[in-house]
Design a protein around this ligand. Sequence first.
Ligand SMILES: Cc1cc2nc3c(=O)[nH]c(=O)nc-3n(C[C@H](O)[C@H](O)[C@H](O)COP(=O)(O)OP(=O)(O)OC[C@H]3O[C@@H](n4cnc5c(N)ncnc54)[C@H](O)[C@@H]3O)c2cc1C
Length: 398
Amino acid sequence: MVTAADCGEGTRFDAVVAGAGLVGLATAVALARAGLAVATVDRANPADVTNSADDWDRRIYAVSPGSARFLSAIGAWQALACERIAAVESMWIAGDAGATLEFSAYDAGERALAWIVEERSLKSALREAAFAAGVVLREGVSCERIAWSDADAVLTLGDGNDLAARLVVGADGLHSWVRSASGFDAKPRSREQLGVVANFATALAHRGRASQWFRDDGSVLAWLPLPGSRISIVWSAPAALARELTALSPEELAGRVGDAGGNVLGALTPLGGAAAFPLHSLHVPSPVARRLALVGDAAHGVHPLAGQGVNLGFGDAEALADVLAERGPVADCGEALLLERYARRRAEPVLAMQTMIEGLGHLFGNRSRTVRALRNAGMSAIDRLPIVKNALARAAMH
Ligand SMILES: Cc1cc2nc3c(=O)[nH]c(=O)nc-3n(C[C@H](O)[C@H](O)[C@H](O)COP(=O)(O)OP(=O)(O)OC[C@H]3O[C@@H](n4cnc5c(N)ncnc54)[C@H](O)[C@@H]3O)c2cc1C
């Protein structure tokens, strides 16, 4: 095996990870800590992390306790500044006809239902963990060509350099170049919706409570606690509504967001402007092919309403690293039987999450009055069944 120390251009790696987003970086670190020589390539250059008290990243993630444990095991969670992380201690959900449902971390026997973390801080922590684990990072350069032989795969970069590896990991997001270049048919399907994100200071304390409204205009609004009296919102809205929201001034948007949430945290003050991200779904029948494994959004796209996309990706990273660490006498980490083992390990959790999220989307997207009454009755019924409720909360957390 090539050791990370002597890896340079032209060296053969055990694994090359294409894409150094959160999932690609986590995969690279986990594989390197499992003893593999790993290189990672990303077309973007890393962003500066400022972390000043009034500058909060609009891209935030609800990281599940299961993912937090994995990030801790690979040495990234510890590098996050604890004053930039908020615990979601309870989650309150409102249906579109008066029903409500509340989950509590205390009832589920956990410290938090999820942890709210800024993307740039988590990425920076993962980059540090990658350097510490000896991952070779190539940033600001695209993957442009891929070729396979019996013994390895060769990735050609935009600067003309080649990286050869036993295994290529496609972690290059929803519109994955690696996935298309490897002959997968699957393509992301637009939901004709955008996720509008923005941060606000609140007049009243949120007390670690996240709130989510399934609204009768077909949109879903989530308020997520940030440290102090601040929240971050994700408003998943049909394209026309999303365009209307992003055209508002920050102050007008604050008023609109406050009204939509019944002003439960008093007046909102904008912390910067809003941004919008198109929402897609993606189903890939199998995340593996010859000397190739897909992870993260390259392998599956889910609606952000359950805040589970990156958590599914961290699950992929952990499973792939575990399979390769436990490969025993199989020297070649791109061996088909190992990749099939990874695919089998991820099939059930990914399908279960996709089915649950798609199901919720269809249920709340249906405009029939009968379906509306039924879904709200179902929510109220679950709210009165603590055993079912806590089982649901635990499934989402792990
Ligand atoms: C509004 C919104 C809110 C969300 N909130 C949550 C949440 O709270 N919790 C949660 O779990 N999930 C959430 N998600 C989902 C989450 O954002 C994604 O699941 C996650 O970012 C996927 O990470 P990734 O690393 O797989 O892909 P990406 O973040 O897309 O990273 C892909 C990387 O690959 C690089 N790349 C692409 N092409 C190439 C190429 N040809 N060569 C080299 N590099 C390349 C890109 O530069 C990028 O760095 C949310 C999504 C949206 C839209």
